[in-house]
Design a protein around this ligand. Sequence first.
Ligand SMILES: NC(=O)c1ccc[n+]([C@@H]2O[C@H](COP(=O)([O-])OP(=O)(O)OC[C@H]3O[C@@H](n4cnc5c(N)ncnc54)[C@H](OP(=O)(O)O)[C@@H]3O)[C@@H](O)[C@H]2O)c1
Length: 327
Amino acid sequence: MQKRRLAESLEVSALGLGCMGMSEFYGARDDAESLRVLHRAVDLGIDFFDTADMYGPHHNEELLGRFLRERRPQAAVATKFGIVRKPGAYARTIDNSPDYARRCCEASLRRLGVERIDLFYVHRIDRNRPIEEVMAALADLVCEGKIGHVGLCEVTAATLRRACTVHPVAALQTEYSLWTREVEAGILPACRELGVGFVAYSPLGRGFLTGAIDSRAALADGDFRAQLPRFSDDSMAVNRSIVEAVKALAQRMNRTPAQIALAWLLAKGHDIVPIPGTKRVRYLEENAAAVATPLPAEELEALNAAVRGMVVAGARYTQEGMKGVNA
Ligand SMILES: NC(=O)c1ccc[n+]([C@@H]2O[C@H](COP(=O)([O-])OP(=O)(O)OC[C@H]3O[C@@H](n4cnc5c(N)ncnc54)[C@H](OP(=O)(O)O)[C@@H]3O)[C@@H](O)[C@H]2O)c1
């Protein structure tokens, strides 16, 4: 698998693996199959694994810990802190305090069974706490060898700029895909100017861009997506036009829609590392194959032309969730 450089000292496979869905959010978990996915990913050359303390809590990090016991030398692990889960479906608050960051880091190290977290992200920004204070606390963890690099999620260019004055930010992780392109306007140029790598989460539009989800009824009880405005039946009826464009190209190129969505993103720049999530070996293999088969420039342009001007209906998070992004 080709490599991409997020930061000077952080080179990872061009495609990472998002592990969130192995624990919750997108239907039932199956640990045995998820472990097969993790091991197969390494065999395919994927060496960048994305988790967070709040996934499952804390099932996802523990699952990765089981895998890392055997494959640590072949795997860079990225985890996150800052979202505090509350009782009730997906309820949460944000805590970026230095003391909380340290406690989370130490707990993640224990669950993952590693001596150092390769990339430690602030999952959501606490708007009431200066980012400089948070970065100073994370810089201490770097100095102590507990984390290798610092990352941020879903921040504005202004916050990123301020953060970089305290300590280098190795990567910004934010949603980016064919139907979520806001980062192209301000964030991506800022990352490039500041030398910050970009990790694209939900690159398959949480599964929607693959064409596998065509109605809310297709989602299992308790599936996180059912509460997102973008996944209401009315929104999906509008958003289907993007999927149709992806499917048309997939058919013409003899690929799958997921491979087209990933190839489009991979072509956006060598500083971008998409982290598609799956808990199935079949999907993993399909997604990994997208790296070896870039889209020809004229096909990319045809796809861009097809989706240009298309409206995306529905916010990507609930009203409450939107308060946590662009912070
Ligand atoms: N920083 C943040 O705030 C944040 C937020 C969300 C996600 N993330 C990270 O980003 C990772 C990826 O994002 P995501 O999981 O939300 O969304 P995604 O990668 O866009 O899509 C995942 C969904 O697509 C399905 N899928 C995967 N490959 C497929 C294929 N080839 N054909 C058909 N369906 C396919 C998966 O199904 P199965 O589940 O059935 O395999 C799952 O339902 C997460 O795992 C997590 O690590 C970070």
